[in-house]
Design a protein around this ligand. Structure first.
Ligand SMILES: [Zn+2]
Length: 126
C-alpha cells in the first residue's frame, strides 16, 4: 500500500476508516436494493390497489425519501473510499492541511478542514 508522504495518518487509521466505510457501503447498497424492490412493487400494484391501503401513500413517500437519502449517502461514502485509495483522505482540498481525526470520525467524507469550512461558510453569508 502506498500513501502520499504528507499523509497525516498511519496506515492503521486508514484501514479503520476504510473497513467502516466499506461496511456502510454494503448496508446502504442493501437498503437501496430493498427500496428499489418496494418501489417496483408499489408501481406494479397500480393506483388504488396498494396492499397496505390505509397508509399506502405515506409509506411510498417514505420509501422514496429514504431511497434518495441513501443514494446521496452512498455517493458520499464512495467519495471517501476514493479519497482513501488516492491517499487524499484526511487532507484538506483547499489548504492541503490535515483534517482533524475527530472531524473525520464525525464526517468521514468531508474534504475541507474546519478552518476552510468556516471560511467558506462565512464568505457564503457575506
Ligand atoms: Zn483547509
Amino acid at each position: 500500500m502506498s500513501f502520499t508522504s504528507h499523509s497525516p495518518f498511519s496506515a492503521t487509521v486508514f484501514l479503520l476508516f476504510k473497513s467502516g466505510l466499506l461496511e456502510q457501503q454494503r448496508e446502504l447498497a442493501r437498503a437501496i436494493d430493498r427500496a428499489q424492490k418496494e418501489i417496483r412493487a408499489v408501481a406494479d400494484s397500480g393506483p388504488g390497489d396498494v396492499v397496505d391501503d390505509s397508509c399506502g401513500n405515506a409509506s411510498k413517500e417514505a420509501v422514496f425519501a429514504g431511497y434518495s437519502q441513501n443514494r446521496t449517502q452512498l455517493r458520499k461514502v464512495e467519495l471517501a473510499l476514493e479519497r482513501i485509495s488516492t491517499g487524499e483522505f484526511g487532507i484538506c482540498a483547499a489548504c492541503d492541511g490535515a483534517i482533524g481525526l475527530k472531524r473525520l470520525h464525525a464526517i468521514p467524507w468531508v474534504n475541507n478542514c474546519i478552518e476552510c469550512q468556516e471560511q467558506s461558510e462565512q464568505s457564503r453569508v457575506h
